[in-house]
Design a protein around this ligand. Structure first.
Ligand SMILES: Nc1ncnc2c1ncn2[C@@H]1O[C@H](COP(=O)(O)OP(=O)(O)O)[C@@H](O)[C@H]1O
Ligand SMILES: [Mg+2]
Length: 275
């Protein structure tokens, strides 16, 4: 099982949406994926997935449920551990509860390929614990210089706690690839100069109005708009992480029907049961 923490310095940079769509992209590559809502302030992962969770992590700890009782099945078989109210208690657990937490999570070993933590933004102790527990971190920043500086602060803190940390940087809401690489390279140079550490480029996701449209409808864009630029970027990231070729959404065989009916690709994909 490989664990990935998705984190950022600034809030609202697109972590939760990246988590959801990346999890689906990994599942499309036939990996078994569990996603964990580690943002205790918002706990909105289930909403972005478009699912309803009956039980949350707080229930597992407080009501003696097992991890399998609280996992909710999302699209493409992605399993979700929802946050929910009372989640702040997680950071003030007694020893028995902490043991219970890790015993339950260890049950995922062997039946899970990727465990993804969707964290809150910033430098908080709880956030850092997840970043530290993960095999690798995907640090999300927008091209906004303030967001990049906050991302640097996060990288600095992660390296100070774990000098061997593996941090990939993903630039979200970029105008284009040139801008994204420019922002990344600046960050990489600062990390090299002041921390003597290497960062790794995870790629970029363009600012895409399809994304905002899908978020409004509570649909993961990778499913309802599989051909939009953001979906393509997320599939490429998934391929980078797994080292396997990206999943190819079905399209070519339908191009004739599409042009005949005057439908765009995304609508066709949805109508033939892609979702
Ligand atoms: N690639 C994108 N293109 C356009 N808007 C985006 C993109 N990614 C995220 N957003 C916008 O950013 C908002 C915050 O995203 P969210 O995933 O909730 O961020 P975080 O989890 O970092 O707080 C979304 O509601 C959406 O409006
Ligand atoms: Mg979030």
């Amino acid at each position: 099982m490989r664990t990935i923490a998705i984190t950022s310095g600034k809030g609202g940079v697109g972590k939760t949406n990246l988590t959801v769509n990346l999890a689906i992209a990994l599942a499309q590559q036939t990996y078994s994926v569990v996603v964990f809502d580690a943002d205790f302030s918002l706990a909105n992962l289930d909403i972005v997935f478009g699912i309803r969770a009956e039980h949350t992590l707080a229930d597992m700890i407080n009501e003696d449920l097992s991890i399998t009782d609280i996992l909710v099945r999302g699209p493409h078989g992605v399993r979700v551990v929802a946050g929910g109210s009372g989640i702040n208690e997680l950071m003030h657990l007694n020893e028995d509860q902490i043991n219970k937490f890790f015993i339950e999570f260890n049950k995922l070993h062997g039946v899970t390929d990727y465990l993804i933590f969707d964290t809150a933004a910033g430098l908080g102790e709880d956030i850092m614990r997840f970043n530290e527990a993960a095999d690798e971190v995907i640090l999300v920043s927008t091209p906004d210089p303030a967001s990049a500086m906050d991302a640097y602060a996060v990288a600095k803190l992660i390296f100070s706690r774990n000098p061997d940390a593996y941090i990939r940087v993903l630039i979200n809401m970029a105008d284009n690839e040139v801008q994204a690489i420019h922002v990344y390279e600046k960050l990489e140079q600062i990390a090299k100069k002041f921390l003597n550490k290497d960062l790794h480029y995870a790629g970029y996701i363009p600012f895409d109005t399809k994304v905002t449209e899908c978020i409004r409808k509570r649909e993961p864009y990778i499913l309802t708009s599989p051909f939009c630029a953001a979906s393509k970027s997320v599939r490429e990231l998934s391929a980078v992480l797994t080292g396997k070729p990206p999943y190819t959404p079905r399209s070519s065989s339908m191009s004739f029907i599409r042009s005949l009916l005057g439908l765009d690709e995304d609508v066709t994909a949805q109508k033939v049961g892609y979702y």
